[in-house]
Design a binder for this molecule. Structure first.
Ligand code: HEC
Length: 752
């Protein structure tokens, strides 16, 4: 008997990416305009620079994206007339590279969608203005871009809407609102692109979307979640599987659609929530704030799994007033080969110079980004044109310089004051988020992101040994890597800092159980229950463990207690069924399994055990139905396939039985029992030679199996190989001299 339900609690706390800030950033809905820039950038005296030939393509592609009605630019740049009116100013702002807004210095990271104009383009604008801004032949100009005030990529596959709009006062400090948008569908979907449509884009500085896999934030705000929860930092419980944040779900008015790289969509499962965290800025009149999130699906699940890493050193942020050169640094060694896909540097108003780079194992320096003049209002996520390969052993670095002098035009304090780390816009931050994709992963290794997680959390603990979230995530990563003994040590450290943490105790129990210390595990679960008697998780694990130890009546008691707390839990009913079956009460067990299936037709344990019961009670056809459903739930589960094969064989479907067993053998070629079973089914369908091969393979894997030698002898005798059969029976008797069947079979062979 065995119960195949496991709740291995491995919560991950995610820290939200907090982005504060004030200052004016006018939202602008831009649209990537693909004008043909190959249009001549050359101008000769005979062919002077004209609007139509050279300037319109530059402006449409690089300026109109913000400078259009409803866009973020303060005026339009859509027509020849618009441009002529602004000509001299355009020369000024493009020569200084003030426009288009683009922070990274050229040559320190090659980014996709770079907005910076080339020197040729700047020169063309200057020459055009100097020669009197001729229009040229209008028919040579590309068609002006069109901006859709609605969804930029057409109607989304799913639109989620904020449940209750909130009111933003006319004035005062910035607002941070977290709107919860439950994912309403009953199927998993993969998201290739997302757009946010705020009701009043003008007041939205930027927004972040966080996936709450367990709806924990909603649970923690049962009364007020529909109104949007204030605050700019949140922790969510990532649930029992390692599923780290891996995408920059960041939205800014001038980059409204977020399209994920090929092969890397993100996932939404039934029961997930999206949390829309909006940074709002009062506009002078009260505004009603609502928003829609548009999601674009793809049927293709992700084939590559990136991960976000964070360098930071907020603890060191304590900037004396007047200090023009306050430096903060962090560094972290990569345990595996990665490709860097994107980067997101973040500081507030005092940040001046933001740098990120890697030192490779051969000591070479590879720049990731350099921002010489940081400006919070121009913050952005930067994706690399080509992924940046960093071999294992490379060290990621960040170095930020802050200017808290009166000379810093962005300094919000006059005179300057002492500034420390924090979430308010008057505080500072020092964060560098890096999106990496593990590469060159050896086949069969565990999720390589667990190694990144381990390195990251160990690094956090060096910086702050009391960081309990890092302790928890480190322990979970070790458990995920199958290093259960180390995980248990890590959970114990966490428990020393947070005694009575029921969830940590439960996880400790799971680690000990997997490490083989069943008594220690039972004690840890019992402690977790004592600290949190209402939570079903630890009790479930304890009950499951009691089943494993064949303590059926103890298990029954635990499951019955749980039924009082959560009578609708299919897992509890099927667990109780296993306990009752173990106590010999098959009828009650069957009733519990059936109840479990009523509550959840996909409950694996109930399907499996009812299937097994059907085999035992001679209903192989019914067993096939049940076990086929079970196999669909867990295609890799060998026991299920074995039982299914037996059910097929008993109901006369030898071909299907063989298919199941061959699949199973593929999954576990080293499983002797599977080869032996396959031999039986092959023999039953008359394929004696193959049966002998399989039985021989089973014995190669398990040479001391007397029954197996006896079975081999029977097959060989049937195939007329008397001498070989004799040797096999004798071998069985040598291993087990009392083997009555082998002796009888030997005696039945024709004399030599
Ligand atoms: C990403 C959006 C964006 C793009 C692209 C953009 N601008 Fe702007 N532009 C702005 C914003 C916003 C302002 C208002 C000033 C500020 O906030 O920096 C502005 C201001 C200006 C100004 C006024 C500057 C001043 O001193 O007041 C000029 C001139 C200008 N832009 C020209 C251009 C030109 C020319 C291009 C293309 C080569 C361009 N812009 C591309 C957003 C943009």
């Amino acid at each position: 008997m065995r119960l195949a339900v496991m709740r291995f609690s491995a919560m991950r706390f995610l820290r939200f990416i907090p982005m504060a800030l004030v200052l004016a950033a006018i939202p602008c809905f831009s649209h990537v305009y693909h004008a043909d820039v190959a249009a001549a950038t050359q101008a000769t005296p005979q062919f002077p620079v004209t609007w139509a030939r050279q300037i319109a393509p530059i402006v449409y592609r690089n300026c109109s994206t913000c400078h259009h009605p409803g866009g973020g630019g303060p005026f339009n740049l859509l027509t020849f007339e618009d441009a002529r009116r602004r000509g001299p100013q355009m020369v000024q702002v493009t020569q200084s590279h003030f426009m288009p807004p683009w922070l990274p210095a050229p040559g320190y990271g090659d980014f996709a969608d770079t907005r910076r104009l080339s020197e040729e383009q700047v020169t063309l604008i200057r020459k055009w203005v100097a020669s009197g801004m001729p229009e040229g032949n209008p028919s040579e100009a590309p068609p002006p871009p069109h901006y859709d005030p609605n969804w930029q990529m057409g109607t989304p596959d799913l639109i989620l809407t904020v449940q209750r709009p909130c009111t933003l006062p006319a004035s005062g400090a910035d607002h941070f609102r977290n709107f919860i948008l439950p994912y309403p569908l009953a199927q998993t979907h993969y998201i290739r692109a997302m757009e946010i449509l705020p009701s009043v884009p003008q007041v939205v500085h930027h927004a972040n979307v966080l996936i709450d896999r367990t709806a924990s934030f909603r649970r923690n705000h049962p009364t007020d979640w529909k109104d949007g929860v204030p605050g700019m930092e949140l922790e969510v419980d990532a649930g029992n599987t390692f599923d780290p944040d891996s995408h920059f779900l960041f939205w800014k008015p001038d980059t409204p659609v977020l399209v994920e790289p090929a092969g890397m969509p993100w996932r939404l499962d039934p029961g997930n929530d999206l949390i829309l965290n909006m940074h709002l800025k009062p506009s002078g009149k009260p505004e009603t704030i609502s928003a829609q999130i548009g999601l674009y699906f793809t049927t293709k699940p992700p084939i590559r799994h990136p991960m976000l890493l964070q360098l930071e050193d907020d603890r060191d942020l304590d900037i004396p007033p007047g200090d023009p050169n306050f430096v903060v640094q962090d560094e972290m060694k990569l345990p595996i080969d990665v490709e860097v896909l994107g980067i997101y540097p973040h500081a507030h108003y005092l940040g001046r110079e933001l740098e990120g780079w890697a030192i490779l194992p051969d000591d070479r320096k590879k720049w990731l980004i350099k921002i010489p003049n940081w400006d919070i209002d121009r913050q952005s996520i930067y994706r690399y044109r080509e992924p940046v390969f960093l071999p294992r052993g490379s060290v990621l670095h960040m170095r930020y310089v802050y200017d808290n002098s009166a000379d810093n035009v962005h300094n919000p304090n006059d005179p300057p004051i002492r500034v420390r780390a924090g979430n308010r816009s008057v505080d500072e931050m020092a964060h560098l988020w890096v999106q990496v994709l593990p590469v060159n992963v050896p086949k069969g290794s565990p999720d390589p992101r667990l190694l990144l997680e381990q390195a990251w959390m160990e690094h956090r603990l060096i910086k702050d040994p009391q960081d309990t979230i890092a302790m928890y995530n480190l322990a979970s990563a070790l458990a995920g890597l199958g290093r259960y003994t180390e995980a248990a040590v890590a959970y114990r450290k966490l428990l020393a800092a947070r005694p009575g943490d029921a969830r940590a105790l439960n996880s400790l129990g799971a680690a000990l159980e997997n490490a083989g210390d069943l008594q220690g595990a039972a004690d840890a679960y019992a402690q977790a229950i004592a600290f949190s008697p209402d939570s079903c998780d630890a009790r479930f694990n304890l009950a499951r463990l009691e089943l494993k130890r064949a303590h059926f009546s103890e298990a029954e008691n635990q499951f019955r207690t749980m039924l009082r707390q959560c009578p609708e839990d299919a897992g509890v009913h099927s667990g109780l069924g296993v306990a009752l079956a173990g106590e010999g009460d098959a009828a009650s067990a069957q009733a519990e399994f059936q109840r479990a299936l009523e509550l959840d037709p996909d409950n694996f344990a109930a399907l499996y055990h009812l299937g097994e019961m059907a085999i035992e009670s001679g209903q192989p056809e019914h067993a096939v139905d049940l076990l086929e459903s079970a196999a669909k739930q867990r295609p890799g589960d060998l026991d299920t396939r074995e039982r299914l094969a037996m059910a097929f064989a008993q109901s006369g479907h030898a071909g299907d039985a063989l298919t199941q067993l061959r699949d199973a053998v593929q999954l576990a070629p080293g499983d002797a029992d599977l080869h032996a079973l396959l031999a039986q089914v092959l023999a039953g369908s008359g394929q004696l030679e193959q049966a002998i091969d399989e039985q021989t393979e089973a014995l190669r894997l398990q040479p001391k199996d007397a029954d197996g030698w006896n079975n081999l002898g029977v097959l060989q005798a049937q195939a007329g190989k008397t001498a070989a059969a004799r040797a096999a029976f004798q071998h069985a008797l040598a291993l087990a001299p009392d083997h009555a069947q082998a002796r009888a079979n030997l005696n039945r062979l024709p004399p030599q």
